[in-house]
Ligand binder design. Structure first.
Ligand code: ZN
Length: 463
């Protein structure tokens, strides 16, 4: 090496050290040096319960405007929908099971899946908890804690002969945990009963969540085998139970996983490319890991990610020194852009969403898309299940809209007060408001209605 090349090499190395990321014609190139690994977050947290989906200030804000009649009509309407929900009704009958079975029931001792009981009862516990907070009516509080006490006394396991029980551990885990997180602010919950519910959630749900996120069902699968939703619901559950039980290690695990985890719930894997909006609104749109799979799952990914970000942000209110807890802000508001992509592709012209017949806002061919190789040349033992996605999936599920958009729109536009960037999440929120909640008529009785907590217009909407 001559003197000249040594100088050039030195300059290049110095440049690489000074800049960890550089933009060129191929996009942003990560120039992080080996050994320059981000330090994991090992924070201690302050927990002002409730501190998962919503805090006391959120409940005070909504209750005050409902009480004095100043709430926007859509908020009043969704509150009425919640009061009318069959799950919130005083006569609702809950049905705890010894085992929650989701997936192949072989070997579980049950003739088939029964997770619907947990799905409906967890939603009922959550809806009654919301209603108690917003009405002050102790009948709802007693109903909510009775459901959880009885489940904790009965259920010992989540099981199946395949991976699907992990979805129940995630979806129902974070629904029960959010109900318990709200209800632990109720004086009438016997301390021993509350402790029993907490240890039940840790033992039966959180242990599965952690196992899934760490191992992804063992050595037969690569870490990216399970689509983003599998990670996301388990992340929601583990975070919610961590907050409920004031477990700093659990919260830190999710903070680190969200930013640098191995699976598709990590933001680096969940987002597969960022583009300027081809309709020239000036917003940026980000492809979701499931955008080429189908729109029902891409929409679920956005909705569950919104729930996850909202929980982390609530905790962030009392822990602002831990900037990585603001998942919404991560990677230059990447979650907002991911919402924009999915909203844009699932919106129609016209005024309604679910039953709309108008033309789509955009054609599939106009949607920018980075080729996505799912389990191609990966370390999965089965090498025959991979797929290469070359365009956004224009499938029958296109136009499927889940509750969750109010979280994204109101967070970025109203809580953060950004002036732009949320063009399509605003449009989709405006169309479907009030967005409804888990298990009401709008989203039907199927499991998709219970994957996310819902009731975003009631709790988030700011005119
Ligand atoms: Zn794989």
């Amino acid at each position: 090496m001559n003197k000249f090349s040594i100088i050039i090499t030195g300059v290049v190395l110095l440049f690489a050290v000074l800049t960890s990321c550089q933009e060129n014609e191929h996009g942003t190139v990560d120039l992080t040096m080996p050994g320059d690994v981000e330090k994991p977050v090992e924070a201690q947290y302050t927990y002002n319960h409730p501190s998962a989906m919503f805090n006391q200030a959120d409940f005070d804000r909504v209750k005050a405007m409902l009480d004095d009649g100043t709430a926007p009509q859509a908020v009043k309407d969704e509150f009425q929908n919640l009061k009318n929900s069959t799950f919130a009704a005083p006569g609702y009958v809950h049905t705890p099971q010894t085992k929650i079975v989701r997936g192949d029931a072989t070997g579980t001792g049950f003739p088939g899946e029964n997770y619907g009981y947990a799905m409906r009862d967890a939603a009922a516990a959550y809806q009654k908890a919301l209603l108690w907070k917003l009405s002050g009516d102790a009948q709802y509080a007693e109903g909510s804690i009775k459901i959880m006490n009885d489940w904790a006394a009965t259920c010992t396991e989540i099981a199946s002969n395949d991976a699907n029980h992990m979805l129940a551990a995630g979806c129902q885990g974070y629904t029960f945990a959010n109900a318990a997180e709200i209800m632990q602010t109720y004086d009438g919950w016997n301390a021993n009963d509350l402790a029993t519910v907490k240890s039940w959630l840790v033992r039966v749900f959180a242990s599965k969540n952690k196992d899934f996120l760490t191992n992804h069902q063992g050595t037969n699968n690569c870490a990216l085998h399970y689509w983003s939703n599998w990670d996301l619901v388990n992340m929601c559950s583990y975070l919610a139970i961590g907050i409920l039980t004031e477990n700093d290690d659990m919260v830190n695990y999710i903070v680190n996983y969200f930013h640098n985890g191995v699976g598709n719930g990590c933001i680096k894997n969940m987002i597969q490319g960022t583009f300027a909006d081809p309709l020239n609104t000036g917003v940026f749109i980000s492809q979701n890991q499931e955008s080429g799979r189908d729109q029902g799952h891409a929409s679920m990914s956005v909705a569950v990610a919104a729930n996850l970000c909202q929980m982390a942000y609530t905790l962030y209110q009392n822990n602002q020194s831990v900037s990585k807890l603001d998942f919404f802000a991560a990677n230059d508001n990447a979650i907002m852009k991911m919402g924009e992509y999915t909203a844009l592709f699932n919106l129609r012209n016209g005024n309604d969403n679910a039953n709309a017949t108008g033309s789509w806002l955009i054609t599939a061919t106009k949607m920018p898309f980075n080729e996505y190789k799912y389990c191609i040349g990966c370390s999965c033992r089965d090498q025959n299940h991979g797929a290469t996605h070359t365009s956004v999936a224009d499938d029958a599920g296109r136009g499927s809209v889940r509750p969750g958009w109010e979280i994204l729109y109101n967070h970025y536009a109203k809580v953060k007060g950004l002036s732009s960037g949320f063009h399509y999440s605003k449009q989709i929120s405006d169309k479907i408001r009030p967005e409804g909640g888990s298990g009401d008529n709008r989203y039907g009785p199927n499991s998709g209605a219970f994957d996310q907590l819902g009731w975003g217009t009631l709790m988030m909407y700011r005119p």
